[in-house]
Design a protein around this ligand. Structure first.
Ligand code: G6P
Ligand code: MG
Length: 214
């Protein structure tokens, strides 16, 4: 069965915003008197904001009232927004625009599936919005990855069956979410993550064979 639509995660696949999420969390943990390493960050990659905080509180043995959690979540987002004030097309990852042009040229439908509430803002600031037929973000779905909801809603809005969709993801939670939705998955991480069907380093120099899963 051929691929008819390609669905992309945003942070870390199309745009180099992952490090800003990382820096914002690092600052939050520093204020709480805790270290936060790149390895720690792997545990929350692709995970929604409030779920990320729960994981971090457990990891670092911190207890916090619900009110304090709300304050920290707001602060994390404000820090992230400060970090991204300057982003533009320079922050696109390698090969992104060329690959999106190639997909359009070949008549494929395209979508974004991100649980970030800042999806629209990032797409606008980097000039990517025009490439997508469907955009599903944290305002449209509540269940965070690895729940398959974000990918299932995407397929529904694209009006394409999940098994005719190929997904590009860089996180364990994201790969799991897309596989649970019944889609083909390319891990953009240089190594196979979970049940991913293929893996690549980046979107640079891709041709249409990347969508061949036979
Ligand atoms: C993406 C990122 C995560 C982030 C999540 C929520 O999945 O990879 O690092 O926590 O979105 O983003 P938000 O912008 O709503 O905090
Ligand atoms: Mg990601």
């Amino acid at each position: 069965m051929g691929i008819k639509a390609v669905v992309f995660d945003l942070d870390g696949v199309l745009v180099n915003t992952d490090r800003f999420h990382y820096l914002a969390w690092k600052r939050i943990l520093w204020e709480l008197g805790k270290e936060f390493s790149v390895e720690d960050n792997e545990q929350i990659k692709g995970v929604a904001r409030s779920k990320s905080l729960e994981i971090l509180l457990q990891m670092k043995n911190i207890t916090m009232s619900e009110v304090e959690k709300m304050r920290v979540l707001r602060k994390k987002n404000n820090l992230y927004l400060e970090y991204i004030t300057e982003i533009d097309e320079e922050y696109l990852l390698e090969g992104v625009e060329e690959f999106l042009e190639l997909l359009k040229f070949n008549g494929l439908r395209t979508a974004i599936a991100s649980t970030s509430d800042n999806t629209s803002l990032v797409l606008e600031m980097t000039g990517l919005k025009k490439y997508f037929d469907v955009i599903i973000d944290g305002h449209k779905v509540k269940a965070p990855k690895p729940n398959p909801e974000v990918y299932l809603v995407c397929a529904m809005e694209l009006q394409i069956e999940p098994d005719e969709c190929a997904v590009f993801e860089d996180s364990r939670a994201g790969v799991l979410s897309a596989k649970r939705a019944g889609m083909k998955v390319v891990a953009v991480s240089g190594r196979i993550i979970g049940e991913a069907d293929k893996c690549i380093e980046s979107l640079k120099n891709l041709d249409m064979n990347i969508l061949d899963f036979q």
